[in-house]
Write a protein that binds this ligand. Structure first.
Ligand SMILES: Cc1cc2nc3c(=O)[nH]c(=O)nc-3n(C[C@H](O)[C@H](O)[C@H](O)COP(=O)(O)O)c2cc1C
Length: 186
């Protein structure tokens, strides 16, 4: 596999997708690859990395009001043709994956990627952080929006959510195993 380069391009608002991307990079590095992290929300699109330099690309986005981060959508639209001859991995981070993991995964694969006429080699949907604590980065309005969006979760009795605290639903084993499966495809 020697020194294959992998770009991990992601969109994040509060940093949880960034930490997932960092864990993926760490796993790939341990497997002998050269991962490079790129936050699509920083800087101008003209400074985005050139895909020709990479053997594989992983794209990650957090979800907000059922949507991918805007820059991630632009990145997909801009590079559509170039992805076609590369190994491509896609993941989302959000509340959807906590309540309905298989539907969340199917959605990326079938519904969302279809908008770009793209198919990735590997997909996954990871749970994110639901922070209802006093010092939450999402603020009061964000918490209200999330509570409304998350009404469905409360119907799932097996799911323990602290509606006054910080809930970190990121499953690091699942995240590492996604990175390993991607590595195996290269
Ligand atoms: C206002 C708001 C709206 C959200 N809407 C969704 C949503 O529609 N679907 C979902 O799966 N997660 C949703 N989430 C959960 C976030 O995706 C989750 O908090 C994630 O960890 C954020 O990732 P980031 O820190 O990388 O931005 C929402 C969170 C906030 C604060």
């Amino acid at each position: 596999m020697g020194n294959k380069r992998i770009l991990i391009a992601y969109g994040t608002r509060y940093g949880s997708t960034e930490e997932i991307s960092q864990e993926i990079a760490k796993t790939l590095k341990e497997k002998g690859f050269e991962p490079e992290l790129f936050n699509l929300g920083k800087g101008k699109s003209k400074n985005w990395p050139q895909l020709d330099d990479f053997d594989g690309i992983i794209i990650g986005t957090s979800l907000k009001i059922n949507s991918w981060k805007k820059q991630v959508k632009s990145f997909l639209a801009k590079n559509k043709i170039k992805f076609k001859n590369k190994k491509l991995g896609v993941f989302t981070c959000g509340a959807y994956a906590i309540a309905k993991p298989s539907e969340a995964k199917e959605d990326i694969a079938k519904r969302l990627m279809k908008n770009y006429e793209l198919e990735a080699d590997i997909y996954n949907a990871f749970g994110g952080i639901l922070d209802f604590s006093e010092d939450s980065k999402i603020g009061r309005t964000g918490q209200l929006a999330l509570k409304l969006a998350g009404k469905g979760f409360s119907q799932d009795k097996s799911l323990k959510i602290d509606m006054n605290g910080r809930n970190d639903f990121r499953d690091w084993d699942k995240i590492r195993s996604f990175a390993e499966s991607f590595a195996d495809k290269l």
